[in-house]
Design a protein around this ligand. Sequence first.
Ligand code: FAD
Length: 395
Amino acid sequence: MKCVIAGAGVAGCIVARALARVPGLEVICLEQVAASDHSESGTGLNVGPNAVRALLEHDPQLHAAVLARSYLWHTWRISLTDGTELFRLPLSQVADNPGIRIRWSELYTALRGEAAGLIRYDTRITAVSRAAANGRLSVEIDASGQPERIDDIDLLVAGDGRYSLVRKLLAGAPPITQHGVVIFRLLVPDTSGGLVDDYEQWFNGPNRLLAFRVPGEAVYIAGTFPIEPGAPVPDSARDGAWLASLYTPHARPPSAQCAWMIEQIRENVDNIHWARLQESPPLYALPDAPVLLLGDAAHGMVPTLGQGATQAIEDACVAARLLEAGLREPHAEVAALITRFAALRDERIRFAMQFSLEASDTLLAGADPVAGTLAKTEPAFLSQLERLYRDITRV
Ligand SMILES: Cc1cc2nc3c(=O)[nH]c(=O)nc-3n(C[C@H](O)[C@H](O)[C@H](O)COP(=O)(O)OP(=O)(O)OC[C@H]3O[C@@H](n4cnc5c(N)ncnc54)[C@H](O)[C@@H]3O)c2cc1C
């Protein structure tokens, strides 16, 4: 049998490692970037306790490799930009273990390093087709500028991220819902003198900063501000002074933490990575093709609770377990395995998406961050958070 994995990202690498253990299964993981690519475009990630637990249970070696490049995430604190604290949550209250904080490039380095030998870099999928005779798939690829083709694929795992070409070609581009919030991300050298460490957020009206320290003496800063739903990022945002003013409190001076971050934003506006708060509906399987969609290719969720990569890891651990066991069987039923994956994951993913959206209330135009944050100290929110962080999908 032959399995092709589209993308050596978060989900693709985890699945590739597991499938490589199946005797007689040919595993080819295709990645469009070069092996030397260490893009920081995502800059930093907080990965939830649920993914850390899922990875530990599924693949302790990979868990160790990722944790070696991370700092632990123990506490979640929310304040106003003048320093008034609203919320302080030790994660031990709602989770079995800490989450992690990591640079994007380091997460990829750890995952790809542990899948070495299985990944073909500089190899971009450009087309996918299905043979009418036997239902098997073919992919066309651009391998370092040379066109090639891989035929007779029994299983195609789409781990090719939020703009998944596999999903677009086989099921059409997913509808995207915009929620009217700009998100920007920045990684800066840690010159804060210890002001910023574990995961924190700060509000000035609905405009919010988020920051944490990551290995490599750097601080990850993300900011959000409301716009009209569907509107592009405004040109004014590219002006550091304008952007910094969104987070500068009027009545009182900014706290020392926020003064430092506001200065970083002003000085580094040209290095900012822009995005918008958006989501797309889940899709794990196709009715007539042996394709399993994972991670962002399967479900684009709003990043408010840091569940994008987190759920990509959960997806991949479940898929890896199911497929590794199922494909060892002499008459493996690929379609049945894909259906089982969808049945196991659908409710959990819908919950994670809905809860992430509900938790975005304080980022929207006209939001009251004080009332919204205080509501997050109530049992109704904390019990949902506990469900998110503790109830991982087990096969
Ligand atoms: C603003 C923002 C902030 C975020 N913050 C967080 C956070 O703090 N915590 C968190 O958990 N998540 C966060 N996320 C989400 C997270 O980045 C993604 O959910 C996660 O990376 C998805 O993993 P994946 O494996 O599905 O795809 P990816 O990790 O994106 O991997 C896809 C891979 O496929 C490759 N690829 C794509 N197309 C092709 C092709 N045609 N041929 C070959 N290869 C291809 C890509 O190069 C890439 O390596 C954030 C997202 C955004 C937008």
